[in-house]
Design a protein around this ligand. Structure first.
Ligand code: GDP
Ligand code: MG
Length: 301
């Protein structure tokens, strides 16, 4: 009689410098938007779990804020600590890089992974859709393999979902024999309020032409289903009066544009009309106070 394979569960940390595609990869692997994505660095500020459930395994991906070289700001220090703790907690680490770009920030990130530890590291070369001609990829893989004793080197495109099956098929071998850690219907460890706040931050970041890297955070004050639909109220906190003007836009245009995009996505997600209230408020120097950041939920994981 054939023996049934034991169920396996475990944590997979996704680590790399900002903008290599960590959040995109996790969303693609989980099949749902659990982490927000923009073309700008410093988009992911929190440690977020994305959960992939299969018949014989539960893979819990840890999305980390990108590793930062400049640790002078409180926000960067907290983000580096979140990444460090994710690396330590993981059964296997995915070190993500861009196929056509290796920088000193990548070197720094790899050093940090090597210093943290014991878990095997799989190098994931992302954005292979940008590599032409395809033969170039062989050289990129060889160069990568020479940088560290990786358990595997896997080229993928997180955006186009190329070669993700290959990556996923490798992972259960690194997990422990264990029942699932989370309900098998869960895709994330974060609640609706948190995800709504993140969605608002994503749409604002996309609408803003200037970078407001540290200057913006969102608190959802209200998230309720009513007879008329979903009612959401949120506070947008910025650092300076001048940033308030930027976020609101001429005649409120930017806030309106971002708000419309948020409403559309929430309506699609929850299948009901959405009433959204957004306020912008100035908070002094919050990005430089670790205490204030911790109070706002920038946890160390
Ligand atoms: P993170 O900072 O590492 O989490 O990176 P994000 O997931 O936020 O992605 C940063 C940018 O890279 C976004 O504009 C993504 O759309 C883009 N991106 C991610 N994966 C791919 C990919 O496989 N191919 C291409 N061309 N772009 C990608
Ligand atoms: Mg991210």
């Amino acid at each position: 009689m054939e023996e049934e394979r034991p169920h396996r569960s475990g944590f997979v940390a996704v680590v790399g410098r900002p903008n290599v595609g960590k959040s995109t990869l996790i969303n693609s692997l989980v099949g749902s938007k659990v982490s927000i994505v923009t073309p700008k660095p410093q988009t992911t500020r929190h440690r977020i779990l994305g959960i992939r459930n299969e018949a014989r395994s539960q893979i819990v991906f840890i999305d980390t804020p990108g590793l930062h070289t400049d640790a002078r700001k409180a926000m960067n220090r907290l983000m580096n600590r979140a990444a460090d703790s994710a690396i330590r907690d993981a059964d296997v680490v995915l070190f993500l890089v861009e196929a056509n770009r290796w920088t000193t920030e990548d070197t720094h990130a790899l050093k940090r992974i090597a210093a943290a530890g014991a878990s095997p590291v799989i190098a994931v070369i992302n954005k292979i859709d940008k590599v032409h001609p395809k033969e170039e990829l062989l050289r990129v893989i060889e160069e990568m393999a020479a940088r560290f004793t990786f358990a595997e080197v896997v080229p993928v495109s997180a955006l186009r979902k190329e070669n993700l099956d290959r990556l996923v098929s490798l992972l259960p071998d690194y997990l422990q024999e264990s029942p699932p850690f989370f309900p098998e219907t869960a895709v994330s460890d974060r609640n609706e309020r948190f995800r709504a706040a993140e969605l608002i931050r994503e749409k604002l970041t996309l609408a803003l032409r200037q970078e407001v890297p540290y200057g913006l955070t969102v608190q959802v004050e209200r998230f309720e289903t009513e007879a008329q639909g979903l009612a959401v109220a949120a506070l947008i906190l910025v650092e300076r009066e001048s940033q308030k003007g930027i976020v609101v836009g001429k005649g409120g245009a930017l806030l309106k544009k971002a708000g419309r995009a948020v409403r559309l996505e929430l309506k699609e997600q929850y299948g009901m009309p959405v009433h959204l209230d957004l306020w912008v408020k100035v908070r002094d120097n919050w990005a430089d106070s670790e205490e204030q950041l911790l109070r706002l939920g920038y946890d160390q994981g």
